[in-house]
Ligand binder design. Structure first.
Ligand SMILES: [Fe+2]
Ligand SMILES: [Fe+2]
Length: 365
């Protein structure tokens, strides 16, 4: 297999740090697992955690160990206790910020599916899809695709964390949705693979995680949100609510994205990912709201408000993401970070990697 083929499915290369915390984690991950300084991240509370580059990259670094891992990083880091403790500190900051952002949505008497429909109807986010359909130029469209690649190249994976945590109707509905997302077991129909073709047609790197270094914190936050919900069983209601909101706001924007690419002269290979979602997600939104979230709350009524919290948080962070792109373009700027941000040396003291901690991995970077 060629080097480029190897990179399609991950793991990705460790990204460049964006501040002292992420620098400490990147530096640590280059060595065999060892204890991090006990005070790392204590007292952390950036003014805006959702758009804080250092916090969001630190979370992303930790979460990715549970997906594809990082190239050359010892896989035992996934359950290293002091790294998990640091992740927990970052998660508390992130979750607190999310709850401040959306409050505690109340569940209407008509039920959780009606509550989801209300949230989606009230979603007056910036018109990113309309801009991409009507006026975005090729550079802007490529930026949008690079941002979204962080999720779409592992599409559906974060929500699959819910599968072993559910039984009954919600599980059956989630399986029905995920089966489509994974192409009914056909590689060439997996949504992640359809998106890889879009990247390829637009002349972008198709490797897993290839664009992590250039996407800003708010893009990482849209991903970290799913991982936060997915990796904590207590947040399974929020995870399903997030997926429902995702599906309920997907069909029309995807039609617009496809039309935008056609306007720019791209063929059906480039647009297939978006075209596929127009009809699929019109079906998924019904399954997600009624069968999946409704089914969950019938079995576990106490999770209703969590479902709406997850949906509201997903919509709110996506609004911030859309606003970032549109504001950047309106100001004549790229919405991406510079390609090679300077490395920031850690300001925290690091515990030296032990000389013999565990068997060295075969390919430390
Ligand atoms: Fe999909
Ligand atoms: Fe879907």
């Amino acid at each position: 297999m060629s080097e480029s083929a190897d990179r399609r499915y991950g793991p990705a290369t460790l990204p460049t740090a964006r501040g002292p915390l992420s620098a400490a984690v990147v530096q640590a991950l280059r060595h065999p697992p060892h204890d991090l300084p006990a005070d790392l991240g204590i007292g952390l509370y950036p003014s805006d955690p959702i758009t804080d580059e250092d916090l969001q990259l630190t979370l992303f670094l930790c979460y990715e160990l549970h997906y594809r891992g990082w190239l050359g990083v010892d896989e035992s880091w996934e359950w290293q206790p002091t790294l998990l403790a640091l992740r927990a500190r970052c998660e508390r900051v992130f979750e607190t910020a999310l709850r401040r952002l959306v409050g505690a949505p109340s569940v209407p008497a008509a039920g959780v599916a009606a509550g989801l429909a209300e949230l989606v109807a009230a979603d007056d986010g910036p018109a990113l899809a309309a801009t991409l359909q009507r006026s975005a130029d090729l550079t802007q469209f490529r930026e949008f695709v690079a941002h979204r690649s962080v999720y779409h190249l592992r599409e559906a994976d974060p929500h699959s964390w819910a599968l072993p945590r559910l039984g009954g109707p919600a599980k059956a509905a989630l399986v029905e949705i995920q089966t489509d997302e994974y192409g009914n077991g056909r590689l060439d129909r997996m949504h992640a693979e359809l998106f890889r073709s879009t990247l390829d047609r637009l002349g972008l790197d198709t490797g897993y995680g290839a664009h992590i270094d250039v996407v800003p914190a708010v893009t990482l936050a849209t991903n970290n949100l799913m991982s936060l919900f997915g990796l904590h069983r207590r947040l399974r209601g929020a995870l399903l609510g997030h997926l429902a909101a995702f599906e309920m706001t997907s069909s029309l924007p995807n039609r617009r994205y496809g039309n935008g690419l056609r306007r720019l002269g791209f063929d059906e290979v480039a647009t297939r990912f978006y075209d596929e979602h127009v009809e699929a997600d019109a079906v998924h939104e019904q399954i997600a709201a009624h069968d999946m979230c409704g089914g969950l709350v019938r079995v576990e009524p106490a999770l209703a408000s969590d479902v709406l919290f997850g949906a509201a948080a997903g919509l709110a962070v996506d609004r911030l993401f859309a606003a970032h792109l549109l504001d950047s373009w309106a100001a004549g700027r790229s919405s991406l970070r510079p390609p090679a941000p300077p490395a920031v040396p850690p300001k925290v003291s690091l515990v030296a990697a032990p000389a013999v901690a565990s068997p060295a991995p075969s390919a430390l970077v």
